[in-house]
Design a protein around this ligand. Structure first.
Ligand code: ADP
Ligand code: MG
Length: 612
């Protein structure tokens, strides 16, 4: 692989690259930059979102334009205002050592006069959305008659959004002999047609398999009844207290509705879609970027290309109409070397789509079950324990300690802990104690037989389910955990099934006959100096819910205490504190009533719901 230096970039740009901490070119940069630097050519580049396309056209453009001149020489068209601003920022960073460089952003929903002024200052590069650009050309506020380089970024999306005529109109004001560089994630016929119409014998590069999904993303689907979709979404969020996610809906209306319901139910959620004003979208995006919003509900168009790091989950609340779009959605997570999960909530009638998507992404989905209420309670309890464990003591409370101590004089530590945890736990418990199984029976196909034995094989009274306090944080995935258990317990491979690894803890099943052996083995078992605690938990495969096999914690002292340095975002506390603001742009509406037992309590158990 080349270095940036090898690609032929000049000193000013290399300095900026060092400043930004880019170490080596991404594949699309490696392929595109030399081609664009070397000659005057048109180019079609196909690469997934997140592969670094902006720099692939940005660096060559900055190197090739004459910065001493104040004529507009480069035009970058992009589908949305968010992308336009993102590209503008990147271009400014790339060009920060290029003295005299002006980059102007042109997009709807902001003052046209201000933008015209930016252009007048001598913008060598304009980054624009098609609608506003056309407007400004008509009003003669920009002159693109001398541009040498035109970039169509996210070309497929621009065409999806119906910008074809605007683009045609805009390009008709540019010189014949300019170079056009088209960047796109996919190559539908429309894009091929545009390429043919506007481009001159373009060179072509493709990065990776055309629709390949990121390697770091695992794909899961959940089969539920259509009417339980929203409840299922809430469970998925509750089962992942540290979730930072984009939730995709098919229509603007559903997007708005789901976000409103989540907000009403005490989640830190926000919506982004085309019916919101630019200002509202800006606010939501800012809150999402700064993690004030944990769940961003979005349409495909609004979320396209949005570059937010560390998204843990993409949730397909509904599958997209065009299954190709799934790749874009799941590509929002698993970036920059991180792992991510793309979850799909499907009803029976859609489950066949999963197969088609598997063919496109060339990867298998794992069929998972919507967690039961009691599992969520466990997850929440452990998350709370972790949060408390890593909380820094605030010494402002010192003066009150004497009185507090007096009050608890007769309480043992054990009792105190139990009471303390009950305060929060009881909320979740009361909410979920009568919750039903949301998983819809899979009549269509049996996908889970392969890996963990599947629902049916564990649906016998003979299975014991365990909680174990190690998880992804300890370097486990389901396969590694299975090996670890198998090796330590001396059991056969098939004796351990339904291994479900979470961030800091996991679940697994064995046949009941092994239960004693498992518990025995893990009594006072230490791994790397910390106690590994295993307990019998609700046997959710046991033919019915309700905690029939729910075991007692055998040993309170060992559970979970060794985990620290976690992000503090306890669902009962900080997440709800963040609700303020995220609802700014959501008109209030009355809650639809959902079916299912979770109606009994219409929202999730959060202290802040009372807003006191
Ligand atoms: P795309 O347009 O293909 O979706 P972007 O150009 O938005 O991708 O880049 C995605 C992210 O990767 C950005 O945050 C960008 O700063 C970063 N990035 C781009 N190139 C590199 C590189 N060579 N090394 C490290 N990070 C990079
Ligand atoms: Mg991009």
């Amino acid at each position: 692989m080349n270095t940036f230096h090898d690609l032929g970039l000049n000193e000013d740009l290399l300095k900026a690259i060092t400043d930004m901490g880019f170490e080596k070119p991404s594949e699309v940069q490696d392929k595109a930059i030399p081609i664009l630097l070397e000659g005057e050519t048109d180019l079609v580049a196909l690469a997934q979102t997140g592969t670094g396309k902006t720099a692939a056209f940005g660096f060559p453009m900055l190197q090739k334009i004459d910065i001493d001149s104040r004529t507009t020489q480069g035009l970058i068209l992009s589908p949305t205002r968010e992308l336009c601003l993102q590209i503008t920022n990147e271009m400014k960073l790339y060009g920060k050592h290029c003295r005299g460089l002006n980059v102007a952003a042109i997009y709807g929903g902001a003052s046209i006069t201000d933008q015209a002024r930016e252009v007048k200052r001598g913008a060598q590069v304009i980054v624009a959305t098609p609608g506003r650009m056309k407007d400004m050309i008509k009003r003669r506020l920009v002159d693109i008659s001398k541009i040498q380089y035109a970039v169509l970024d996210e070309a497929d999306e621009m065409l999806n959004m119906g910008f074809k005529e605007d683009i045609t109109e805009i390009l008709s004001h540019t010189p014949e002999d300019k170079n056009t560089w088209l960047f796109s994630a996919t190559m539908p016929k429309e894009v091929a047609r545009i390429a043919k119409k506007f481009m001159n014998d373009p060179q072509e590069i493709t990065v990776g398999h055309k629709n390949e999904s990121t390697k770091n993303v695992s794909h899961e689907y959940f089969l539920v009844n259509s009417r339980d979709r929203y409840q299922a979404l809430k469970r998925l969020a509750d089962a992942n207290p540290h979730i930072f996610s984009v939730i995709f809906c098919r229509t603007k209306r559903d997007t708005q509705k789901v976000a409103e319901n989540l907000i009403e139910d005490g989640y830190s959620a926000g919506a982004i879609h085309g019916d919101l004003s630019q200002n509202q979208r800006d606010i939501v995006m800012k809150q999402f970027r700064s993690k004030q919003i944990q769940m961003l509900v979005a349409t495909d168009v609004a979320a396209r290309g949005i570059d937010v790091d560390n998204i843990t989950h993409v949730i397909n609340y509904q599958l997209p109409d065009e299954i190709e779009t799934y790749t874009h959605r799941s590509g929002r997570t698993g970036r920059a070397g991180k792992t991510g999960v793309s979850m799909v909530i499907v009803s029976k009638s859609e489950v066949r789509k999963i197969k088609s998507i598997e063919r496109i992404i060339n990867k298998q989905f794992e069929k998972k079950e919507i967690p039961s209420g009691i599992e969520i309670c466990e997850v929440q309890l452990m998350a709370l324990a972790n949060k408390i464990h890593s909380t820094e003591i605030n010494h402002e409370i010192d003066p009150y300690l004497e009185n507090i101590n007096e009050l608890f004089e007769d309480a043992t530590k054990d009792e105190l802990i139990k009471k303390f945890f009950s305060v929060e736990f009881t909320r979740f418990f009361n909410y979920y104690k009568k919750s039903k199984d949301l998983n819809s029976a899979d009549t269509g196909r049996d996908r889970d037989g392969g890996r963990d034995g599947g629902r049916r094989s564990s649906s016998n009274d003979n299975a014991a389910r365990y909680f174990i306090n190690v998880g992804e944080k300890d370097g486990f995935d389901w396969m590694k955990l299975k090996d670890f258990l198998k090796d330590n317990l001396g059991l056969g491979r098939d004796a351990i099934f339904k291994v479900d690894v979470k961030e800091t803890f996991s679940f697994f099943n064995t046949e009941k006959e092994h239960q004693e052996k498992v518990l025995e083995f893990f009594t006072d078992f230490k791994e790397n100096g910390r106690f590994v605690n295993v307990e019998v938990t609700e046997n959710r495969g046991g033919g019915g819910r309700g905690g029939r096999d729910r075991g007692r914690r055998r040993d309170g002292k060992k559970g979970g205490g060794d985990r620290n340095n976690r992000r503090s975002s306890n669902p009962n506390g900080s997440r709800s504190d963040r609700r303020r603001g995220s609802g700014d742009d959501q008109g209030s509406r009355s809650r639809r009533s959902d079916s299912g037992s979770e109606n009994a309590v219409s929202s999730r158990p959060r202290r802040s719901r009372r807003r006191d």
